[in-house]
Each structure stands twice: as C-alpha cells, then as structure tokens.
Design a protein around this ligand. Sequence first.
Ligand code: SF4
Length: 381
Amino acid sequence: MEPLGIYLHVPFCTAKCPYCDFYSLGTQAMTDAEEVMDAYVDAMLRELAQWGQRLECRQADTVYFGGGTPLLLGSRRISRLLQGVRAAFALTQQAEITLEANPATALAQEFSRLHEAGVNRLSFGLQSSCEEELRLLGRRHTAQQAAQCVLDAQAAGFTNLSLDLMLGLPGQSEQTIADSIAFCSSLNVPHISAYLLKVEPGTPFQQQGIQALCPDEDTQADWYLLAVQSLARHGYRQYEISNFSRSPETQSRHNLKYWRCQEYLGLGPSAHSFLNGSRMYYPRDLDSFLTGAGSPGYLPVPDGEGGGFEEAVLLGLRLNEGISLRELGARFPQADCAQLARRATPLRRAGLLEEGEDRLALTPRGFLLSNSIITKLLYGV
Ligand code: SF4
C-alpha cells in the first residue's frame, strides 16, 4: 500500500483578501481568536486520532498545512498538530512537511521553532514583487517584507521554499511579470507556483467588477507563455500547469499525489480526501468541525468515486510528464487507449501535444487549452 498524503486545512487568515474563495475566517474581526484557534487544534487532534484508528496507523510520507494562513497558528500549535499526526500515522523519516505562510511579517524565531518541530518546506503567498499589484490584491505585505521573510526562513535552515505568483492582474505588464520572476530567482527559492487570477463568484473582486479590468484571454495566454519562458531562463523547469521547480527533488511531493491520483486524507473544514477509490470532503463550516471532530459518527461528506480512467487522463495531463498510454492500458484494461492515441495525432500536429508514441503530454500552448484538448481526447468533440 502506498504511503498516504495528509492535508490539514487551517481556516484562519488575518483578514480576507478580496479575490480569495478558500474557506478561511478573518481573525482580525474576532474577539476570541486565540481561544478559537486553540479549540480548532484540539478538534483537529481528536479527528487525527480518530482517522489514525480508522486507517490503522497507516504510513504517510507527506503532510501539508494549507489554508488559510497556517502560520497564524504559531509554532506551538503547529508543533502540537505535528505530534498528533505522528501519533496517529506512521510518518516516514523523509516525509515532506509543508506549511503555507503569508509573508506579511518576518518571524525569524518562529521559523527556527517550526524547523525544529519538523516542518521542512514553506510555501509563501508572494503573488507579485510589484507594490501596486500587491495593493490591488489587498495583500498586507510589501515585496521587501516578503524578501525578509524568505531570508529569515533560510537563516532558520529552510532550503525547500516556494513562492506563489499571480498572473493576469489588472495593470500588470510583461515587465512586471519578468520583474517578479527575477525577484524570486534572486532570493534563491527553488520552487515557484504561478497561477492565473480567476475572479471567483461571491468574492469582493467579483462584486467590484474587477473582471472587466483584467487583460483579455489572448493577453493572459501570452503572459502565461512568457512566464513559462522567463521561469525556464531562471532555471525553473515546468512540471505542472502552474508549478515550476529548479530540480526534481524540490517538486511538491504532496501536490504530485493529487495529479497522480494517489491517496490523501484531508482534515478540517473544506478539506477534500481521496481514499479507497472514493472522494469526500468536510463542509465549509468551522463550528460543525469543532463540535463533531473526534466522534465516530462524524464523517466527511461522500463525493462520489475517484481514480477512474477519465480522472487519470484529466489529472495526468496537468503534469509535464503527462501519461503513458501503456501504463494507462495496464491500469484500465477495459479502456480504449488506441482511440485516445488516434485522437492525439491531429493535436500533436497542431503543436498542442508533445511528440512521442506512448506518452501523451501537453505543450505549454496545450496547457492553455487543456480543457478543450482533454474533452477532445476523451470524447472526440
Ligand atoms: S491569505 Fe491566502 S487564504 Fe487567506 S484570504 Fe488571502 S489568499 Fe485567501
């Protein structure tokens, strides 16, 4: 049995960013934030213990603290949570343990404590090195503060660091994108995630009509390709639609599990899991998690089957390595892989799929049209 990935969703941020629709609550507006965070950690420890029993202390080789802003919990609470993970699961010696952080404040001592507790990878939401873009996004840090955070983390012993960038912003330009990438590179960070801004329903960005100010689809596509090239020039090789790494060792091992349809257990409000061929999730509701966590009858909501043929194609094509038709045929003997190969031929000629007999992999231009290419491959339309 393959080792499991464990995701812990930490639903707290200082305040909500206007573009974000992840489930998180602003602690600034709470009068009892410290108590609520303590209660959340206690609930998570109960839930971890419950799942440790259910899965018979199964082996796990990645832990990911996502959110939200997990760093808000502070090193003491994060350390308790990690002890809970270790008590409930057999965590491998070389497990990748990632924590997402907002680079709003430099916390040199906190980074040292986190490193001692076993966290070995930090992912910072930088988004841009351009102050105007940071202001537009409602970020509460400057580029200089973010740089200081990275330096503090490195001084505390972290080498496996990642920075998030955002593309397709109103007022952004090819120059500011190139500047942000050069900024990350100068900090000697081995991993970058670059996402196109998506204006999500119900967010302040949508209510303010920000979409109308965003560059059109063609410009976004040009900027994405430019970013891929610029990242490559700085030594960041693309390994997934939005992810780039300076070496295979610094690719996100936890996130690779999602795209390779491997099993992961997600705990906490809004967290998703894929276990035993089934998908499930916790409702976006902290209160129900606080009251339900740890009791045998409290279970995530079933979300259908997962890991089938279509999903393997859909998720596998997000990766640069793509999918092997031979491996796919061995995993799904009833699937018509020959038909997939036939449908791939014109897409290869159009430069949307890489050349190769066995492997189906999107080119950077193909990544931009991934949804329609996958529909064409799977359904011929
Ligand atoms: S800090 Fe991250 S998770 Fe929190 S509101 Fe902003 S974008 Fe969302």
